[in-house]
Design a binder for this molecule. Sequence first.
Ligand code: PNS
Length: 166
Amino acid sequence: MTVAAVVPGSFDPITMGHLDIIDRVAARFDRVVVAVLENPRKEGLFTVEERIGLIEAVTGGHDNVEVDRFQGLLVDFCATRGIDVIVKGLRAVSDFEYEVQMAQMNQRMGGVETLFLSTSPEHSFLSSSLIKEIARWEGPVTGTVPPAVEAALRAKYGPARETSGA
Ligand code: PNS
């Protein structure tokens, strides 16, 4: 039996934390779909096309990972794409309440189970929003995102400031 998993998110942009989860899911499932939410109410820094391009660039080493986009309910995307489980990364207790609520709702609506992976400790403080804020003020983001994403952030915001001793 082939088991397919979806790793959904905004990915604006993909971080090392996301990539760590995708790598670990790809090692355990036959097929992995990284699904980028198209949210008409929330304009991102990167267009959906740019986000997909960056995700494809940094997950290209996996034969079983594909990248797609979706609108509307995740359970509907799962039904149309033959996806069995949703996989999410949990960084901290603060993620837990909302993530469990969504998992229970998705289970109720579509019978789709959610599995949680704990984020690797070295990535537990990362978020796309914080990284964008740091990059916007030309602070250091090296190591928090893959190099291709760092280059894309620098193309949007300009080079990082020179830091002394960091
Ligand atoms: O990276 P994010 O923004 O934390 O990802 C959130 C995402 C896209 C996984 C979540 O908002 C989602 O699944 N949205 C799709 C709409 C949906 O299905 N809503 C009902 C959830 S119970």
